[in-house]
Design a protein around this ligand. Sequence first.
Ligand code: GLY
Length: 380
Amino acid sequence: QVRPPPTLYLVNVLVLGAGVIGAAIADELARRGASVTVLDMRSPGRGASQASAGILAPYAEAHDRTPLLELGTRSLALFDEFVEGLRDRSGRVVDYARSGTLEVALDDVDESRLRVARAWLDAAGVRAEWLDPQALRSFEPSVAPSARGGLFNPAHGWVGVASLVAALVQSARLAGAVFESPVEAAEVAPQKTGAVVRAGDRRYTADSVILAAGSWSGRIKIAGARPLPIRPVRGQLLHLRWPNAEPPARVVWGPGCYAVPWPDGSLLVGATVEDAGFHEDVTADGLRELTSAVGDLLPGARRASLIAARVGLRPAAPDGLPVIGPLRDAPSVIVATGHYRNGVLLAPLTAKIIAALLLDGTIDQAFAMITPNRFERADP
Ligand code: GLY
């Protein structure tokens, strides 16, 4: 049997992955004049992005001066403008609030950990308020009355990730980007200049290929290079209908879960952290873990009804940091993955880093800690 010849496409920038990272990159590049095509094996935002609670909380993800905190605070500083611009360009509603996060201590161990964090934040000049049990009860009455105190960080917030991705895709499309799905990229073959991507019976020739396929980034073969060391870390979440009582007014973060109140009165509760391969399943254990943790933190949640359960696979590198930058031996292949627990938070910064690299030839100040080539150095 004679096979039909592959369909050939010539593009300037080919982005593999239409999650929040791929869509943010496509939008930034297209608006700056690049011709961009985005491929995804699902429709946009259907990987880790569709499960995300959208918390923007670098000081809660890292209670110390770490490279992750540096990236997270840089990206958080871009968020107001990022969302405003998207709302204007796309004409869409993007749910977003900088209403802060409240980290709650339920026992002695939590309390001393949060007090140390507070002291560190003070020394770093970051405004965060320690609430003793009485102050905590009037500030956030939904929290368990036995709580030992809470750390309120007003700089933090949350974004509705589905609305964010939809606006990114719309804005990128209006700037000329093309989204194609379901199209699964299987192999990238770097050439002297540019690269050829094989996806089913299609062949794309691109000047640059951006590998932004989240947990699946390591499964895309790159000819002549080792697969990226990205592993999936499963997160399950619950979407609850809050019962007849005042829901929390802001993101509440406890020892075993966090909860994001939505404007419609529902509550998103996350998330498990599991090594489960590529199995995107909701499990009885996962539901039990989250219902028990949220019941301890916000007793009203015990009477909540379940709207839905969500699951996503976070892409994690061995050191937990994002993996962003060109491959040493194939500079037309640029990686943008490994965002682990912070893909939504780091989306605007990642898009700016990639656009600066591709369109201005500028290397970001964080290059040494995020380059994909750092894993080669770990070799004996
Ligand atoms: N951003 C929190 C999580 O991944 O669960």
